[in-house]
Design a protein around this ligand. Structure first.
Ligand SMILES: CC(C)(COP(=O)(O)OP(=O)(O)OC[C@H]1O[C@@H](n2cnc3c(N)ncnc32)[C@H](O)[C@@H]1OP(=O)(O)O)[C@@H](O)C(=O)NCCC(=O)NCCS
Length: 168
């Protein structure tokens, strides 16, 4: 999984994408701390517990560095930045049946504009993923020799001690 670099000084505008989605009933906005549990359940159901953990620290940033896409109060997707490392975008995900409608791109741009507002000139997309999506949406380019990156030496998916009684 390589990293990708994005020039934040040349980001496409976000407002037209937000307006198009809003006309289609989808709102892209910053997440709020009082929604942590609800969003966590969405990320665990559709993606992984590790991603839910990763974005949880974004709620401690001010402003919160997690964006949500919602329709009629239901979460459809999320994107986070400035979570595992400074200047990094990710993770992100859109519920499978909602893909291909421009939601992922709007979430990506909202988060990258958030990075730009923090003062970064370049952002890093950590451990991609769908490189073509990032290349076509924001002109991201692969960073040479960026594997393994920040997600090296992961824990296994299963904990052999799961289900054991806690020590007394
Ligand atoms: C990647 C992801 C967030 C894209 O969300 P989405 O809502 O389907 O994306 P959009 O509809 O905004 O697509 C924007 C453009 O990217 C293209 N695109 C979307 N997913 C793509 C993919 N996996 N590969 C190549 N191109 C892709 C679309 O065709 C569209 O192109 P267009 O503007 O020319 O029409 C979504 O597929 C997803 O959740 N994937 C699983 C999780 C994941 O891989 N996350 C990234 C980890 S690094």
């Amino acid at each position: 999984m390589a990293d990708m670099l994005v020039n934040l000084l040349k980001l496409p505008p976000l407002t037209p994408l937000l307006q198009d989605l809003r006309r289609a009933g989808v709102v892209v906005r910053r997440a709020a701390p009082y929604e942590i549990g609800r969003v966590r359940r969405f990320v665990e159901r559709h993606f992984t517990a590790a991603w839910a953990d990763e974005i949880s620290v974004g709620y401690a940033n001010k402003p919160v560095s997690v964006f949500l896409a919602i329709r009629e109060g239901d979460v459809l997707g999320f994107a986070a930045y400035e979570c595992t490392r400074r200047g990094f975008f990710g993770p992100t995900g859109v519920e499978e049946r909602e893909r291909g409608k421009g939601i992922g791109k709007a979430l990506l741009l909202a988060a990258l504009h958030g990075l730009a507002e923090m003062g970064y000139a370049y952002g890093i997309i950590g451990g991609v993923g769908p490189a073509e999506f990032y290349a076509s949406a924001v002109g991201a380019t692969l960073i040479p020799d960026s594997t393994p990156g920040i997600y090296a030496d992961p824990l296994s998916d299963t904990d052999p001690r799961d289900g054991e009684a806690p020590p007394r």
